[in-house]
Design a protein around this ligand. Sequence first.
Ligand code: PLP
Length: 390
Amino acid sequence: MPFQPGRHFLQLPGPTNVPDRILRALSIPTNDHRGPDAVALTAECINGMKAVFKTTSEVAIFPGSATGAWEAAIVNTLSPGDKVLAFDNGQFAVQWSQVASRFGLEAELLPGDWHRGADADVLRARLREDSGHDIRAVLVLHNETSTCVTSNIASIRKAMDAAGHPALLMVDTVSSLATMDYRHDEWGVDVTVTGSQKGLMLPPGLSFNAISQKAIAASRTAKLPRNYWSWDDVRDWNRKGFFPYTPSTNLLFGLREALKMLLEDEGLDNVFARHARHAEATRRAVRAWGWQVWAANPAEYSCSATAVTMPDGFNDADLRGIVLRHFNMALGAGLGGVAGKLFRIGHLGSFNDLMLCGTLCGVEMGLELAGLPHQKGGVAAALEYLSAAV
Ligand code: PLP
């Protein structure tokens, strides 16, 4: 890419813009990860993450991407040959089930619709059939990033309870934590998975499990081998204020700053309201262009990012390429099963009204330059909404 002045617009559904405050925190000189300062840092990060997950149970922080935290959820709680259920409703949902298969688990994909969230009725019916309780875990995405469709985790929990089924409930919040309300304890989730690079406003490189007491009990008898991802090791060392290996010290400095911003300076409820408002403004722009939001059910719209359906005969790559070259903005591609069928506008993380306006301007100008059929006025529709709903 030739030199482009000004700030890059990183409008993927993550990684997201890292705000200056966090960049400065990341640049604090690395300290002794087994020295006295590390103890307070560890406690602040774990306690802050408990508040974000809304849990009083346990949180493990790993150096690693969120794929590692998927793996941690599996290897700590399950045994070879165990059966797990997932939904065939998005690229990341399918990929998580594939991680389970690679560990020798029997992963069953429940039929799903890639325009919709996980169907609690389908789950209830399948769990009722499993009278021997062979299914040991249910894997669900709170926000399926590939399609920008959410699932109602409280209703998934209700379906499991209605079926009287003891399987563990594991939820991926990689692209929803700190953008949409999430309640690990209240919704009876056993393992919540997330990563640092989206709502937490950090670079990629940290991943997390929030862990219920039921999941900890399961980990005592689970037989899959584990080393790097071992909850026991993390917990033993965290109690002393340290980690079993060298942690990503600078990312922890960044996390401490992010937690201050989310919990103290803005407040989680305001964070959620901001994301909801930007998502609504984006959808208004999309509709004014005469295009369609990919998610079929308004109750399942994502507040983190919006997937926009490509009209028949057009591919998202041209549009994204033009927007990148002309306006220095990265938009999300269609991934895996939806490659070429949609593009995604990320509006999560450290983001405000004018950043959203710039983003939508870039898309609208890109539609024009790419010669894609559309009506003008998407940006205007978003501006009208934003200025009426300040
Ligand atoms: N789960 C979801 C919902 C994601 O969006 C992603 C990545 O975007 C992942 C898991 C995998 O995360 P990572 O790329 O950090 O391993």
